[in-house]
Design a protein around this ligand. Structure first.
Ligand code: FES
Length: 107
C-alpha cells in the first residue's frame, strides 16, 4: 500500500513550522507510524513527495513497546503513540497520515 505521511516540521526552534509530505510504501498491515518514519530516515537519500531532498525527520522514540510514551505525537488530530499506531487503521483521507511534532534539525 502507498501512504502519504504529512509531517509538521521546522528547521530551528524559532522558525515557523511547515508541512512536508513523504511517500511510504509497504505491504505490511502491521506497519506503524514509527516504523514508517524510521524507514524513511534509513533511505540513502530522503526525498519528499515532490522529489526534493529533505533533511532526516527528527522525533523522539525509545522503547517501541508502547510503554514509555516518548513517541507520542498528534496523528490525524488525535494524540497517539507512533509505535502503537498502525498506518492501516488511520482514517484521515485516502492513505494519508498527518503527523505532528517532528522537526528537521534540533527541534
Ligand atoms: S517508543 Fe516508547 S511508547 Fe512508543
Amino acid at each position: 500500500m502507498r501512504y502519504v505521511l504529512e509531517v509538521l516540521r521546522r528547521k530551528h526552534a524559532d522558525d515557523r513550522p511547515y508541512w512536508q509530505s513523504f511517500v511510504y510504501e509497504t505491504d505490511s498491515e502491521q506497519a506503524t507510524v514509527a516504523s514508517a518514519l524510521r524507514e524513511l530516515n534509513e533511505r540513502d537519500e530522503l526525498l519528499d513527495a515532490d522529489g526534493a531532498a529533505a533533511e532526516p525527520i527528527r522525533w523522539d522514540i525509545s522503547c517501541l513497546q508502547k510503554k514509555c510514551g516518548a513517541c507520542a505525537m498528534v496523528i490525524d488530530g488525535v494524540p497517539r503513540m507512533a509505535c502503537d499506531t498502525r498506518l492501516a487503521t488511520l482514517r484521515a483521507g485516502p492513505r494519508t497520515a498527518r503527523c505532528c511534532r517532528a522537526g528537521s534539525s534540533g527541534g
